[in-house]
Design a protein around this ligand. Structure first.
Ligand code: HEM
Length: 426
């Protein structure tokens, strides 16, 4: 559990859809079937809450924000942010995404060989989310902010022995000194940014503006500066590493499957003709989207999420008691022998228009129900822009003999990075 929670998934989770095991007076239900997923995440969502362990891990940094709040507090924040994630607004961000992708591509080209691609992909994803949060950041130094983000999230998701104690979600989890200092830097920078925007009265089409404009439907009151700040941190937290990880796995799978890489590159050449990714090209990069969908089937960036029952309920006709835990195992669902032929094989054509799964609950990389990812469209668009740019410019090949081991810390990444050989295409 401490080293890599995904290894706890029993082999039966890939053949059956629910395994219930007693655990310190409660029952842990590992679920990996579509019917069970839909019951917990959608049909019976109000009987379940996000896992107290994850809430305890995240609250010291994210406060009571969209990612960690419950009930009315969550609803208010979700409603405020939702308009920022409609398709038209995401597409407006494509030029900024393409700029970030070009910067990363130039950087990747200078790396010595073989190169670990993960830092560059992280940098690209962070730069894209920063742009969406503040179209113009006035008061902070981006380099200092990046370092603070890195330090504050480092180790945040790694389970400690003390996390396995059945503590209430309100019990604060201790942070190391480095992370505490970084949190201070991050909070100060964002508070300065919020104050500068409020003071100037300037308006911008970004997520900060949405948070500043949000009004409580009952009281008419706005968000406090701390609420705005914690939501900004949450969007950085939820939005950058997950996307960077999806891209990392996509490059890995394409590197070990040169034919699929050629096919993706041919599509990119015909759509972009060597130019930047534009708003219009997103819908045309059909095969590239399939590559990303198939990548997230095999390596879901969030492979497993936890829920705790807040009342007695059922999962697909089986009794669940208040206090029981559900481990919602997307990783097992998406490699389940009952729902996928040859489940461990990389085959982007599974997502072609003719072959796509008809049941949406067999594929859930972005979760489901009311707490599903708010940024799924944003993430897909951003991943297409960055991957298309990199495959337009380079060819990627694996380093033979380098063992790639996926490890989950809340997200699912290759342990020790991912070295690849990178050669310019023209
Ligand atoms: C490939 C990239 C991504 C993946 C795989 C992913 C996956 C997920 C999953 C599985 C959840 C549900 C967690 C749960 O129910 O416990 C979630 C929630 C969330 N994601 Fe994402 N995400 C990605 C990118 C993003 C981006 C780019 C953003 C923002 C720009 C974002 C913002 C959020 C937020 C705010 C939530 C919480 C929603 C709520 O509780 O109402 N995510 N994500």
């Amino acid at each position: 559990m401490r080293r890599n929670p995904v290894e706890l998934l029993p082999v039966e989770a890939f053949e059956f859809t629910r395994i219930s095991v007693p655990f310190f007076g409660r029952t842990v239900h590992t679920i990996s079937g579509p019917e069970e997923m839909k019951a917990v995440l959608l049909d019976d969502a109000d009987a379940w809450r996000k896992s107290p362990l994850v809430i305890r891990m995240l609250r010291p940094v994210l406060g009571d924000s969209i990612l960690t709040a419950h009930d009315d507090s969550w609803r208010r924040q979700r409603k405020a942010l939702q308009p920022g994630f409609v398709k038209a607004r995401i597409l407006d961000l494509v030029p900024a995404m393409a700029e970030a992708a070009d910067r990363v591509s130039a950087f990747v080209g200078q790396a010595s060989q073989p190169a670990d691609v993960t830092p560059a992909l992280n940098e690209a994803a962070l730069s894209v989310i920063e742009n969406a949060l503040f179209t113009q950041a006035k008061s902070f130094n981006r380099a200092i902010m990046r370092k603070a983000v890195e330090d504050v999230f480092e180790g945040l998701g790694r389970t400690r022995y003390s996390d396995l104690l059945p503590l209430h979600e309100a019990t604060p989890r201790l942070m190391g000194r480095k992370a505490q200092r970084a949190r201070q830097v991050l909070r100060k920078a964002l508070t300065g940014e919020i104050a500068a925007r409020r003071l100037s009265g300037d308006r911008h089409e970004d997520l900060l503006q949405l948070l500043l404009d949000a009004r409580d439907p009952d009281t008419g009151g706005g968000f406090s500066d701390n609420d705005v700040r914690d939501n900004l941190i949450s969007l950085v937290a939820a939005g950058h590493e997950t996307t960077a990880i999806a891209l990392t796995w996509a490059l890995y799978l394409l590197a070990i499957d040169p034919e699929t890489q050629d096919r993706a590159a041919a599509e990119i050449d015909s759509v972009l003709s060597g130019g930047p990714v534009t708003k219009e090209s997103i819908a045309k990069l059909v095969f590239l989207r399939q590559v990303l969908e198939e990548t997230m089937r095999l390596y879901p960036p969030a492979p497993m999420i936890g829920r705790r029952a807040i009342r007695n309920t059922q999962i697909a006709e089986r009794q669940v008691k208040r206090g029981d835990i559900a481990l919602v195992a997307f990783y097992a669902l998406q490699r389940h022998s009952r729902y996928w032929d040859n489940p461990d094989a990389f085959d982007p054509d599974r997502f072609s228009p003719e072959r796509r799964p008809t049941d949406p609950w067999v594929y859930r990389p972005f979760g489901g129900g009311p707490r599903a990812c708010i940024g799924s469209g944003f993430a897909m668009t951003e991943a297409i822009v960055i991957l298309a740019t990199l495959l337009r410019d380079y060819r990627f090949a694996p380093v033979h003999g380098h063992a790639v081991n996926p490890v989950m810390t809340i997200t699912f990444r290759p342990e020790g990075g991912l070295p690849l050989y990178i050669t310019p295409r023209q």
